[in-house]
Ligand binder design. Sequence first.
Ligand code: PLP
Length: 350
Amino acid sequence: MSYFRKHLELIAGYQPGEQPQDGQFIKLNTNENPYPPSPLVIETLMENLNKHRLSWYPSPLCDELRERVSAVYGYPPDWILVGNGSDELLSIIFRAFLGKDDRVSYPYPTYTLYRVLALLQEANYEEIPFEKEYSLPKKILTSQAQLKVVCNPNSPTGTFLSTPVIDNLLKSSSCPIVVDEAYVDFARENALSLIKEYPHLIVLRTLSKSYSLAGIRVGFLIAHPEMIRGLLKVKDSYNVSWFSQKAATAALQDHHYMMNNVEKIKRTRREFSQAMSRLGYSVLPSEANFVMVQRPGDNLESEYLYLKKNHILVRYFSEWPDSLRISIGTDSNMQLLIQVLSAMLKDGKK
Ligand SMILES: *Cc1c(COP(=O)(O)O)cnc(C)c1O
């Protein structure tokens, strides 16, 4: 006998990566930024913090922050919706478009939260395997679904689909299409320019990765105003705290600081990928702030455990045992990882 609705009994919730809170690890498992957020973030919070501010509700639509997003990304405020992390926006989207027995389709492997959100709606999920070199599966163009999602750059692979490929998907489907661009600041291009032309496109962004602000939980999406109006009905009134709105507004003001960190991470990504190839791993071409390394047919859990014993956390997914997803940290983080891994391989500890 259970207190819960039947479909809840049958599903496992989303498994987040390990989040040790004691600072004992070099964290390369959940794609956080190794560099701190812009100093303007702390300054702004300090300057604006007063007791009255904390006793009032925040702006329901994040007015000041929407103005800032508008200034940086070039779409008017009524084309923008802010969420408590882009995970909340995904949850709003799935609740808005999927009911029992509806269908969402997406290329696979990808962010496993999509599957959990579909199951919560009692909806079907169609996971369509990527084609060779992680190109968009043709089957997704014709899939009959109420919602399609493309994570670009994709997690956990880091691979990227060019804008014409996204454009083609938009032309061939009439249902809402989400392009989850959590990592796009680390890529060569993005889908922003397509929004005007396609009223069924929703582009999703987060401040958790490139802006170094995973702790404040802010994401936003950009879409046509009719789309925003519908999604607003699903959103909690005060979904983003005053604190987070202020911090995010300040971070966006210092866009240049973020871009500078992105350039450093892209340089480290290139060097780290080469070093891992030299150690005998195949490294998928990444346009994100992480790389997926593989030894086809092997099980890399031993690498994961050995690194963990040496206080370096990377992501091992039991679904893809021949792969590890490794976030790009500082140059010295990555050099240490290479050193530890070389020692393990040399000692035959595997
Ligand atoms: C990190 C991530 C998100 C969620 O980010 P938030 O921290 O909730 O803003 C969404 N999609 C993908 C693919 C991610 O990796």
